[in-house]
Write a protein that binds this ligand. Sequence first.
Ligand code: GLY
Length: 330
Amino acid sequence: MTIRIDLGDRSYDVIVEKGCMEKASELLNLNRKVLIVTDDGVPSDYSESLAEQCKDAVLVKLPQGESSKNIINYELLQNRMLDEGFTRADCVVAVGGGMVGDISGFAASTYMRGIDFYNIPTTLLSQADSSIGGKTAINLGGAKNIVGTFWQPKAVLIDSATLQTLPDDQIASGMAEIIKSGLISDAELFEMIENQADTNLEDLLIRSLLVKKHVVEEDEREGGLRRILNFGHTIGHGIESVTGILHGHAVALGMTLMCSDEVRERLLGVMDSCRLPLSIDCDKDAVYKAVLSDKKMKDGKIGAVRVEEPGTCEIVDYTPDELRKRIERL
Ligand code: GLY
C-alpha cells in the first residue's frame, strides 16, 4: 500500500509493504552517493542489504539510544559527508528507529542547506509516528528535540518484515502511538484494537498513518491542529525522562491522565491487552518538575490534549496545579 502525503512540492510516498527494503533501489534514487545512518541495535543486514543496492554507499553506525541524538554525532555525519565529497545531488537514508531518523533528517536538512532524505523506519514506534511529517531534531543541554527543522523526506519505506524480529516491548511501545491515533481521530481504529478485531498489525498501522497524513497535510508546521498528535505526551515526556521507560509506555500512561473517566477505563483495558503498563511507581514531584521544564507556559497555563470520547479531542489550557493533580493519579 502506498500512502501519499500531499504537501505540494514537498509531497512524498509512504510505501508500506513486506519486503520493500530489499527492493529499495527500485523505489528510491540510490544511484548516487548515499549516507546510510543506522545504530548498533538495528540488525546489520538491513543497512548492509541497502548498501549493496547503492551506487556509492557510506555507512555510519551510531551507538543505540536517545543519547546519541547529540551535536557531536550531528557533526560526525556532516564531516563524513564533507570528507566523502557529498554534493547537493546526493542523499541521506536513515535505517532504524526514531533516534536515527531524527538526527539523519536533521543532518540532511542542513548539509549544503538541504539534501534529499529517505527514511526506512524499523521500529513500530517510528513507523507509526516520527518517520512521517518531517520533524527532525537533536537534543541539546538536556532539552529534547530543541534543535531541529521541518524537512520532509523524499520517501518513507515501511517494511513490515522488520516487525517480526522486534522485541515485544518495542511492539507495545509502537502500539501506544496507534492507540493515540484512534483516540484523537479514529474511533473505529480504537474499537478495532479494543475488540481485538480480526485484523493484523499492518492494517492498524496503515489506519494510524492515515490519521497522521490528514493532520500533517492540514498543519505541516504545527501551527495548530498538529498539536493533537501530542496527546499523552505532556505528562508522558515527564514520565519518560524521570523513569527512562520506553516512549510509548510513557505516552500511554500520559494518555490515561488526560481523558474522561469512561475513556480512561476503556483505554486501560486496551493497554492491558497490548501489554502496556497500567501504572508506574515513580517520583511524582520529579515528573511534575520535568513537565513544567518541558512545556512553555502561556498566561500561566499549559495547553494539553484532552479526549472526552474516542475519535475526538480538544486542546485544553491547564494550570500547573491542575496538571499536578493529574500526575497524582499515576
Ligand atoms: N510526533 C508528533 C508530530 O509528528 O507532530
